[in-house]
Design a protein around this ligand. Structure first.
Ligand SMILES: [Cu+2]
Length: 527
């Protein structure tokens, strides 16, 4: 009897520890190891159906993880890369299984009154939803809506059902939670993954046949809203040399690789470089923010703001070179956060010389199979704007919403922080093509982002840009103070596509700023 009892107890204990393990996020890679890409899950016959479970756990160093857990036959992984073709359907079942959280004593916020998508209820740290950053898809329930979609712990799975438009630009997008007030916590915890719309080689044949790497750079603070030291990670491996051994990026001598890099940090502006023996190398830039460049170009520095993406070709050095991938430091101004230089990885060259890379024909000889005219927002430069607007970022010291109030304001309106039940700050209609100037009157650099569409850059600081890139996130540097002009950019916003009708948001992608209300709504009325 006693042994029977023991047996039952043993089963119970095993059961409990199994349950406890169930609640944990997958372990993350050790420092100083070879960087691995996330698991790729690809659409089949036009459909990608997958399930993700949002969980939370705390690691041995005290960092809180929020993870998009994905089950495989070999165990659980987090944040798989979702790969789809133009025109494919994404069926993503998301469950909220956040157990304990840090929300004790934190404010809860009522969700947008009236409309509820998902469970609704109060917005809390244990609530979640998903934003498909950059996708040009409808802002409606079960698609890319963050204003009314709210999942709560232990709800049944909520299904996102998204049709990738047939003319969606091929490139790197990403998914992350977007519950107003609590986004920073979950993204700080690592809740972010890559989404790729395939077909870049049809527009940029120079990437055809190259080994592809997807690097998601994240940033973790012990307590995200407290200024202090942070760690960058590359595919979840800590990149904090010299405190930790550098992540290792494997390449063959002279090998060309196609790197697709997402800035999934909560606030880090990253000027990226690749150095050989301390000398920055030319990188062949192919796409920004998931939009192929009209023409690839060579740069030695590629700046990506928080939430931006860059896709570029890197050629490895021959043997015996010291090569690194690095994010330079970046000044975000007197009230900004320190963005420090950090080595993201050490390029380890080994194996046989990559003959194919060396003998590959000159890129210009290759002809694109698809015309840039076939994707969204093509030839936007030829459109006549139907309206012009000016928006500005600003900050005020003191107030009820923390030591600094963060605002984004449509010029002429009153400065105010975002509230869930506010009316749209901008109302426009399907068919509109608008030129907006975004100005920064704050002593801190901000990153402008709008949901549902890309915008075409026209001017920076009042001067026409050399490259009219399509972006979904763009930096506006800080104001240097009295006697200096405000920095700004001007871009063209295309609301002609009837599928994006509805209410969505534009905001700063420094996530603390967004959470504190540096955001407003835009309503696009159907025709
Ligand atoms: Cu900001």
């Amino acid at each position: 009897m006693r042994s029977m009892l023991r047996y039952v107890l043993a089963i119970l204990v095993c059961g409990f520890s199994f349950l406890r393990l169930e609640a944990q996020c997958p372990s993350r890679p050790d420092a100083g190891t070879v960087v691995q890409d996330a698991l790729n899950i690809s659409s089949k016959n036009g459909v990608l159906k997958a399930g993700l479970t949002m969980k939370r756990s705390v690691d041995d160093a005290g960092y809180t993880h929020y993870c998009y857990n994905y089950k495989t036959s070999k165990g659980d992984v987090e944040s798989p890369t979702l790969r789809l073709n133009q025109g494919d359907q994404l069926l993503l079942d998301v469950k909220d299984r956040i157990e304990a959280d840090d929300s004790a004593g934190m404010m809860e916020m009522p969700a947008t009154p009236g409309k509820v998508c998902g469970d609704g209820g109060m917005m809390m740290l244990s609530s979640t939803n998903v934003h498909f950053h950059g996708l040009n898809v409808p802002p409606v329930c079960h698609q890319d809506d963050v204003l009314t979609t709210l999942l709560q712990p232990n709800d049944p799975a909520f299904q996102f059902n998204i049709q990738i438009p047939k003319n969606e630009p091929p490139g790197l997008y990403w998914y992350h939670p977007h519950v107003h007030g609590f986004t920073e916590f979950q993204v700080n915890g690592g809740a972010a993954g890559a989404l790729i719309v395939e077909g870049m080689e049809k527009f940029h044949p120079e990437v055809a046949g190259l080994k592809e790497r997807v690097f998601v750079i994240r940033q973790q603070y012990l307590v995200p809203w407290v200024p202090g030291p942070y760690q960058l990670t590359i595919n979840y491996q800590v990149a904090a040399s010299p405190s930790f051994p550098s992540p290792i990026i494997d390449m063959k001598p002279n090998e060309k690789q196609f790197w697709r890099v997402a800035n999934a940090t909560i606030q880090d502006f990253m000027p990226l470089q690749v150095w050989f023996n301390g000398v920055p190398q030319k990188l062949q830039l192919i796409a920004l923010d998931g939009y192929p460049l009209a023409k690839s170009r060579f740069q030695d520095t590629i700046l990506i703001p928080p939430a931006g993406r860059a896709e570029f070709i890197v050629q490895a050095p021959p043997q015996n070179n010291e090569a690194i991938f690095i994010a330079l430091g970046y000044s975000t101004g007197p009230t900004g956060n320190p963005d420090l230089e950090q080595q993201l990885g050490r390029i380890q060259v080994s194996g046989a010389e990559d003959e194919a890379a060396v003998t590959k024909p000159a890129v210009d000889a290759a002809m694109p199979q698809a015309s840039m005219k076939s994707i969204k927002f093509a030839e936007l430069e030829k459109q006549k704007p139907t309206a012009e607007r000016k928006l500005y970022f600003s900050e005020e010291f003191g107030g009820t919403n923390g030591p600094i109030q963060f605002y984004i304001t449509v010029d002429g309106q009153k400065q105010k922080v975002f509230e869930a039940n506010e009316k749209p700050a901008i109302t426009t209609h399907v068919g509109a093509v608008e030129d907006w100037t975004i100005e920064n009157r704050a002593l801190e650099t901000h990153a402008f982002h709008i949901h549902q569409i890309h915008f075409m850059l026209l001017e920076v600081d009042g001067k026409p840009v050399k490259d009219e890139d399509l972006r979904d996130t763009f930096e506006v540097p800080f104001w240097e103070g009295p006697g200096h002009p405000y920095h700004s950019f001007k871009a063209r916003f295309d609301f002609r596509d009837p599928t994006i009708a509805g209410t969505f948001v534009f905001h700063c992608h420094i996530l603390l700023h967004e959470d504190l209300g540096m955001m407003h709504k835009i309503l696009v009325l159907p025709k």
